[in-house]
Design a protein around this ligand. Structure first.
Ligand SMILES: [Fe+2]
Length: 252
């Protein structure tokens, strides 16, 4: 990227760690996240997905790589096939949507509500589960009261998630929510009706297969001490609804 490409933009741009082509028209790159702090329950390096389908070039939850050795490969690829759209899968994954929208004139799709300290400044067309986006992509439900809208990429038989799943200790895991573990698991299990062979996630090793997704649904969701404390706070609610005790993670 030339310096002018970032000038005037507030960017989260980070150091490029890797660029991988997964299939014709489907690539990912991984960048160090500018807001990561030691002790966060996620790795500093996060994933951006780039997909070309039906005449569209879409960036999903993109973070720009900073100028450095190797990053040129990303910018050359982008300049060769300019993005036509950016999709924000989750309100706290706005990342560099503005930068890419301005640099390439790409349309932006995403949630209807945002955090006040992380607002996109370009117009955003709201997406919702079941909506078909340009390129044939379909927005899905995550079963977590709309925390994110995962995407199904039918031409690449791929699901792309923001935070509904993560990878820990070389295993794909559902990232737990302390209110109703059944709802998300039921919704995520229903996605098995879609033809897909590949799962891409933002946090942790990014690429998994369908078998790993099935194993993730059968394993206890990934929890942390902070999430378990949250669960303790809402235990009366869980008892009122007959939800039973909170998951005990076998890894702890
Ligand atoms: Fe995230």
């Amino acid at each position: 990227m030339d310096a002018a490409g970032m000038r005037g933009d507030v960017t989260m741009a980070g150091q490029l760690e890797s660029l991988r082509e997964l299939a014709p028209g489907l690539s990912i790159w991984r960048v160090r996240h500018g807001h990561w702090h030691k002790g966060d329950d996620w790795e500093a390096v996060v994933t951006t997905t780039m997909v070309q389908a039906r005449g569209e070039v879409a960036l999903l939850d993109p973070i720009a790589p900073t100028e450095q050795e190797g990053a040129d490969a990303v910018w050359r690829r982008l300049d060769r096939s300019p993005p036509t759209m950016v999709v924000i899968l989750k309100a706290d994954h706005v990342r560099d949507a503005d930068l890419f929208a301005r640099r390439y004139g790409a349309r932006v799709f995403g949630p209807g509500l945002y955090w006040r300290d992380d607002l996109p400044t370009v117009p955003v067309q709201q997406i919702y589960p079941g909506m078909e986006l340009p390129g044939g992509m379909m927005a899905l439900s995550d079963g977590r009261w709309g925390q994110e809208t995962p995407l199904w990429l039918p031409d690449h038989r791929t699901l792309v998630f923001a935070d509904a799943l993560t990878e820990r200790r070389e295993r794909l895991r559902v990232w737990s929510t302390p209110w109703d573990e059944e709802g998300p698991l039921r919704t995520l299990r229903s996605l098995l009706r879609l033809p897909f062979d590949r799962v891409i996630i933002s946090h942790g090793e990014p690429v998994h297969d369908r078998g790993a997704y099935i194993q993730a649904l059968d394993a206890p969701p990934w929890t942390t001490p902070a999430l378990r404390e949250w669960a303790r706070q809402v235990q009366p609610y869980r008892e009122l609804l007959g939800l039973g005790p909170w998951w005990v993670d076998e890894d702890d």
